[in-house]
Ligand binder design. Structure first.
Ligand code: KMH
Ligand code: ZN
Length: 311
């Protein structure tokens, strides 16, 4: 829960869901990722969730060398917590997905708490002109794609990244069963509170964006984890701001960023990650809540410190 009313804002800068033809503002190159991440931190994001893309065509890449082109720059220009994906891009092996985080040894990495269908094929129907050949098959192929996160995969990431390097996790929960999976690892002593539980609404294959589902997921997490967790809300696409607003009112933390939505408002593309961060910050502060600083986020999530990383 966002203790003492201070809301941790996570910004997910580029991701691996959206493709270049969907928005000219989606950061693709290491320079663009670095600039937008720093801008998001300056706007109030305390955690930066990062993926990498091939600078030649914007295709998601697991290559640690590309991550290392922007990680030091972000670290030198902000105090924000760096959170590196282990979800990677569609079709990557678990080994590929872990590669960058194993090199960078970040304070936080994402960890996806169950396998799901991950359907983003509907987005392809809205694109009139493609910038790159890879985009359409990447999107349309998700009608036959399983985002694999077996218990064995999860345990491996917990051990190889968590135990080995002190990386803590943003537990990505796309449905209620994922909360029970997390509780299984808690009961086995393989995860340590406080748990950073990112509840994700609106991915086709996961739980839907009905407002009742926020209450349902929070009630379930409260029952399973008591006070030992920090709840965060991620609403995909057009639901981003409304669900983050509702979640903040319920005592949750929030996640925004162009990874999860390309929009700033209905029908209006966001021109930067910083714009989305500034918007949710305004809403949070209008609710008489405060935005947590990176140091407050580190304390609440029991992180190892920004200087104990591999970059
Ligand atoms: N794209 C988000 C819905 C990851 O990178 O590990 C979930 C996510 C997964 O960020
Ligand atoms: Zn991600």
């Amino acid at each position: 829960m966002a203790k003492d009313g201070k809301v941790i804002i996570t910004c997910a800068v580029t991701g691996a869901i959206h493709t270049p033809s969907m928005s000219d503002h989606l950061p693709l190159t290491p320079d663009q990722v670095a600039e937008q991440a720093i801008g998001a931190a300056e706007a109030g994001a305390s955690i930066l969730h990062l993926h990498a893309r091939d600078p030649s065509d914007g295709r998601p890449t697991p290559d640690p060398a590309v991550f290392m082109e922007f990680l030091p720059r972000i670290k030198q220009n902000s105090d924000a917590v760096i959170n590196i994906t282990t979800g990677g891009g569609l079709g990557m092996t678990v080994e590929e997905r872990m590669a960058a985080a194993l090199v960078a040894k970040p304070e936080v990495a994402s960890l996806n708490m169950g396998s799901i269908n991950f359907g983003i094929f509907q987005a392809a129907d809205r694109i009139k002109e493609w910038k790159y050949d890879w985009e359409e098959p990447y999107l349309r192929g998700t009608d036959d794609f399983i985002f694999r996160n077996t218990f064995k995969d999860i345990e491996r990431i917990l051990k190889d990244l968590g135990e080995a390097h002190g990386t803590r996790f943003e537990f990505e929960c796309y449905d209620v069963g994922h909360l029970y999976n997390l509780a299984y690892f808690l009961d086995r002593g393989l995860v340590r509170p406080p748990l950073f539980v990112q509840t994700i609404f609106g991915i086709l294959g996961g739980i839907g964006t009905d407002k009742e589902n926020l209450v349902f997921m929070k009630q379930t997490a409260d029952r399973l984890f008591g006070e030992d967790y920090e709840w965060s809300i991620l609403g995909a696409g057009r639901h981003q701001m409304s669900l983050c607003t509702m979640g903040a009112m319920m005592g949750g933390n929030v996640r925004v960023g162009l990874e999860d939505s390309l929009y700033l408002a209905r029908g209006k593309l966001a021109e930067s990650n910083a714009q989305q961060v500034a918007k949710i910050r305004r809403i949070v502060e209008e609710l008489s809540l405060e935005v947590a600083t990176p140091e407050e986020a580190r304390a609440r999530l029991d992180l190892k410190g920004g200087d104990r990383v591999g970059f």
